[in-house]
Design a protein around this ligand. Structure first.
Ligand SMILES: Nc1ncnc2c1ncn2[C@@H]1O[C@H](COP(=O)(O)OP(=O)(O)O)[C@@H](O)[C@H]1O
Ligand SMILES: [Mg+2]
Length: 348
């Protein structure tokens, strides 16, 4: 008998109808233009379904208020987890925690790792404790702390501590002017209602490293470099919200990525070592994408880990995990199967 895999996902509200599914009003209460930036498109979840269907029976488990009942009605052998959630710093952990509680195995990292990686500041604390290179930083919790930032070196990068898909990370979050630092931090505190991470701005090249599998079979896919030459004149070298979702359009695509990245042996090794060490100390499972940037001395520093990496199926779009997989000679379908294979090997 074929195994049955449930594809647990959040699909952008306007695209649910494309899958023949209805919107679920209770989960659609967030406001703001970037509220659903992390959620998957119908095309993405359909591509995952198509990939899995070659070996497994599949069912969609849309992660809205009826998720637990859906799981009870349609028991599955494994969940392919791509749930981003909507509210709060534990939004990615909710579904995996529920699956843990019910004893349903799933792909990817556990609730603790997902929550830690979503909180970039906490993740950096763990990385720093274990000696994994990451830029100097401080965390601002309220407006009084924002006023006391005067000693922080500039330029600085200011970001909401627990967002993804560059929500709250705009070109103007690179602060070069002392007078602008506290106001920018206050603006983010008010808008995103969470601590703000203030980080030394890393001036060097930027890379993202896709990691697949678990030790001892964990491997690094070809490294992707982010290019900033195509950004509008005067823009900071930041792969943030505008670069991801505004400036890069199908009509006028930007040349943002090079894969494999042109890196010499020692740099390649240093990037891979930092990415693998980051995955180890944060107990990542099955797959992850690690974002890094070089400091002024050319040393790689880990910015953040994405244990639920974006996997837009159209190779012209901005998902780096599929790009790295393609450079390794894997089709989209093979890439999805490698994730499931990693989970099944781990689960024994
Ligand atoms: N400390 C930093 N120095 C330089 N650029 C940064 C720094 N932190 C973030 N960035 C830029 O902002 C982008 C988005 O930040 P990141 O922490 O990866 O968040 P996310 O990808 O979740 O939006 C990075 O890809 C990078 O271009
Ligand atoms: Mg990132």
């Amino acid at each position: 008998m074929r195994m049955k895999i449930g594809i647990a996902c959040n699909v952008k509200p306007l695209e649910l109808a494309e899958l023949g599914m209805e919107e679920d009003p209770p989960s659609i209460t967030a406001a703001g233009e970037d509220a659903y930036a992390e959620w998957d498109t119908a095309a993405t979840v359909r591509a995952v379904e198509r990939a899995l269907a070659s070996r497994y029976d599949t069912v969609f488990l849309v992660a809205n208020s009826g998720f637990a009942e859906k799981l009870d009605r349609a028991p599955v052998d494994l969940v392919f987890n791509m749930v981003e959630g909507l509210h709060g710093a534990f939004r990615e952990s909710l579904v995996p925690a529920l699956l843990e509680e019910r004893g349903v195995p799933y792909t990817g990292s556990d609730p603790l790792t997902l929550a830690l990686c979503l909180d970039k500041a906490r993740a950096k604390e763990v990385l720093a404790f274990h000696g994994v290179p990451t830029a100097p930083f401080c965390v601002v919790h309220d407006e009084a702390e924002a006023a006391a930032l005067n000693g922080f070196g500039l330029p600085a990068m200011v970001k909401p501590a627990a967002e993804g898909s560059s929500k709250g990370i705009f070109d103007a979050n690179c602060v070069r002017d002392r007078a602008a630092l506290a106001p920018k931090v206050r603006e983010l505190l008010r808008q995103y209602r969470q601590p703000v991470l203030v980080e030394a701005f890393l001036p060097g090249r930027e890379f993202t490293v896709a990691v697949l599998g678990n030790p001892p079979d964990r491997r690094v896919l070809p490294i992707v470099e982010i290019n900033f030459n195509d950004l509008p004149p005067g823009a900071n070298p930041v792969y943030g919200y505008e670069a991801k979702w505004v400036w890069d359009t199908p009509e006028k695509p930007l040349n943002l990525f090079t894969c494999p990245a042109p890196v010499d042996g020692p740099l390649c090794e240093a990037l891979e070592r930092a990415a693998l060490d980051a995955c180890r100390v944060l107990r990542v499972r099955d797959w992850c994408r690690v974002d890094l940037r070089l400091d002024e001395r050319g040393a790689p520093q880990v910015m953040e880990l994405n244990p639920l990496p974006g996997i837009l199926p159209d190779p012209r779009e901005n998902s780096c995990f599929p790009k790295a997989a393609a450079a390794a000679g894997l089709t989209y379908e093979e890439m999805i199967h490698r994730v499931v294979d990693a989970a099944l090997a781990r689960l024994g």
